[in-house]
Design a protein around this ligand. Structure first.
Ligand code: F6R
Length: 264
């Protein structure tokens, strides 16, 4: 895993967007796994800006989101489909038919979840999966004790996630207790993981996810099994990492990051 520590959350989001844009430019029919949440909003603002400046083209890109609440219609402002349209898809030159979000309103949610994994496999697998981290240590909505080989499925959200996300609903009690999420196993199959965490409230869980022992109590520790991961942090989210100086040294001296030194 490479760990990149940026001075600010804005710089971390800009770097994340640049890495994704560069990867798309190398492979126009890119398969991109997306995440939602507060952290990703500025990544999407940066990608929309790059698209407007014609520095990245989404016309052949296919996207697959990590998760969706069970029971929310697409036009519900709290659904992740709505979030994606609002923050990204309506602002870039993507064909909406190429964008996929798990189906949380299917009559048979399990069958729809299995079909989602099949759709990812059929298009050749994900080139990059973008990941954030919740206070429970979840990636996607893989709450503690999710199997590392889990597939896309319906799950019950933990109380800590309920506390994290319910303030985003007009009436916090409207937040569904269930969601459909890509499994940890599904996520680990992506060819590259790009993880972004910002803010001091993430510092403890980020340190556990990156430097702590691998445990299904913290789904994000499963990233340690993946051979191609970059974790991008701002200095607040990185604050509890023991080896910050080493990570900064590697970022400065690894030639693969040379082009990214100028991102501020
Ligand atoms: C959402 C997702 C979640 C979020 C996490 C952090 O699609 O995958 O794992 O990344 O809950 O959310 P924020 O950024 O709101 O702190």
């Amino acid at each position: 895993m490479d760990v990149i520590i940026m001075p600010t959350a804005a710089a971390a989001a800009k770097l994340t967007a640049q890495i994704i844009a560069d990867a798309i430019n190398e492979k126009p029919d890119f398969k991109l796994g997306l995440a939602t949440g507060r952290t990703m909003e500025s990544v999407y603002a940066n990608l929309a800006k790059l698209n407007k400046q014609k520095k990245v083209d989404f016309s052949l890109v296919k996207t697959f989101n990590l998760d969706e609440y069970v029971g929310l219609e697409e036009d519900n402002v709290n659904s992740y489909r709505y979030y994606m349209n609002y923050h990204l898809f309506d602002k870039i030159n993507i064909d909406k038919r190429n964008t996929h979000v798990p189906n949380g309103i299917a009559e048979d949610v399990d069958a729809a979840a299995a079909a989602y994994d099949e759709a990812i496999a059929e298009c050749g697998g994900l080139d990059i999966q973008l990941l954030g981290i919740g206070r429970s240590g979840h990636i996607g909505f893989n709450e503690p004790l999710s199997s590392f080989s889990s597939r896309t499925r319906a799950v019950t959200l933990t109380q800590i996630t309920y506390q994290q996300n319910s303030p985003l609903f007009d009436n916090p009690k409207d937040m569904p207790m269930r969601a459909v999420t890509m499994g940890v196993g599904t996520i680990l199959e992506a060819r590259r993981l790009v993880f972004l965490a910002t803010g001091s409230e993430k510092a403890n869980i980020v340190a556990k996810a990156i430097e702590g022992p691998v445990t299904s109590m913290i789904s994000a520790t499963a990233m340690q099994f993946h051979e191609n991961v970059v974790a991008i942090l701002d200095k607040d989210a990185a604050a509890k990492l023991a080896n910050q100086a080493e990570y900064k040294w590697s970022f400065q001296h690894d030639p693969k990051w040379a082009a990214y030194q100028k991102v501020k």
